[in-house]
Design a protein around this ligand. Structure first.
Ligand SMILES: Nc1ncnc2c1ncn2[C@@H]1O[C@H](COP(=O)(O)OP(=O)(O)O)[C@@H](O)[C@H]1O
Ligand SMILES: [Mg+2]
Length: 349
């Protein structure tokens, strides 16, 4: 399936805008083959992006650079500034200062060109209830000024892509929320944008619909789309995002690839163990210098270990040599949620 092709081909537009200084005539000449595509260093770039509402600073001077192909989770509680950021990124809202570049195009000074690269799904989207699914998509394909001859096939393609084949001829008013959400995504990708900006797409969906949505977004990611997805439901981003940005009160608390942030923030290992019978585990662990925050609950404990991983077996050996009948002993892997809780409460910074 070919929905987004940002990574694979030289976009027409890129050549036409003179990015590589190639005239159409030169392009056709066999002696002047088009140059290899230079990938964008950043597909999405927020540059000192700021938005004020009167005296309230909703978004405070964000500087974020998102490379192509990332799935960037914008995480934060209500009021953090996620919607304001996304609306500025898609050109719907003018920044008080600073700007946004998408696929190397300034969203606010060159809006028409920028729109060709952007697909946007708002947090509340009211679809046109009296249209059928295919009519709705056909309408937007025209609104995006897609070539007439390509529209019918593209409509069928996106319907298939989001799994709405059986609803193709139904009125939108009869669709479930999950189906409407899929339709919203189909609309957002109809013109093959390189970037998808999705504001809380999973809120209000039941677990099945949420998991379906995830499948659709993963497929888009695999085809090379760069996706920003905002959420205050952290678990829905688990195992899905390649990078995250944590926002709080308009400030980007931390932003980057998940592995990098995890590495930077994990200054200790979290270990969970269980045992059989009575044992003074807290006392034994208390004697190990690198161990802290021991929490015992019945025949189980969780603690922090600040030493190198190689020294962890020594902790287990100490427990065993003290007669503790250890049943399990292992590291608790940090989830996106753990990371978020740490970052947002400034626990580790
Ligand atoms: N049109 C507006 N006028 C005044 N204040 C607004 C407006 N839109 C958002 N805000 C305020 O800006 C802050 C950020 O809001 P928003 O971007 O919607 O956050 P989020 O999407 O993270 O919940 C909030 O304090 C909100 O009340
Ligand atoms: Mg919001």
């Amino acid at each position: 399936m070919e929905v987004l092709c940002a990574r694979r081909t030289v976009p027409e537009r890129q050549i036409r805008t003179g990015r590589d200084n190639f005239s159409p005539k030169m392009k056709r000449s066999p002696f002047h083959p088009p140059p290899a595509r230079v990938p964008f260093a950043a597909m999405i770039e927020f540059q000192n992006l700021r938005r004020e509402y009167g005296s309230l600073v909703a978004v405070r001077d964000l500087n974020v650079s998102i490379p192509p192909g990332e799935v960037y989770g914008l995480i934060g509680p209500n009021g953090a500034g996620k919607t304001t950021t996304i609306r500025m990124a898609c050109g719907l809202l003018t920044p008080t200062s600073g700007g946004v570049r998408i696929a190397d195009v300034d969203v606010h000074s060159n809006p028409e060109l920028a729109q060709t690269n952007i697909g946007y799904l708002s947090d509340f989207f009211n679809v046109y209830d009296d249209l059928k699914v295919w009519e709705y998509l056909d309408y937007f394909a025209h609104a995006y000024k897609m070539p007439e001859a390509a529209i019918a096939a593209r409509v069928e393609q996106v319907i298939q892509h989001v799994g709405l084949e059986v609803k193709r001829d139904q009125f939108i008013r009869g669709l479930s929320r999950g189906m409407k959400q899929r339709l919203g995504i189909a609309r957002a990708i109809i013109h093959k944008p390189k970037v998808l900006l999705l504001d809380e797409p999973a809120s209000g969906l039941d677990p099945k619909a949420r998991s379906d949505l995830r499948g659709v977004l993963l497929a888009l990611r695999d085809e090379g789309a760069t996706i920003v997805i905002s959420s205050h439901i952290l678990s829905e981003l688990e195992g899905f995002c390649t990078s995250i940005g944590v926002m709080e009160k308009g400030v980007m608390v931390r932003s980057g690839r998940i592995e990098t942030i995890t590495e930077q923030e994990t200054r200790f290992h979290v270990i969970r163990l269980s045992w059989i019978g009575e044992a003074a585990v807290a006392d034994i662990l208390g004697k190990v210098a690198e161990v802290s925050n021991v929490a015992v609950s019945g025949p189980e404990a969780v603690f922090r270990f600040a030493g190198p991983e190689d020294d962890l077996p020594n902790v287990l050996a100490a427990l065993l040599s003290s007669g503790v009948r250890v049943l399990s002993f292992g590291e608790v892997k940090q989830t996106v949620e753990d990371l978020y809780l740490k970052l947002s409460h400034n626990e580790v910074m």
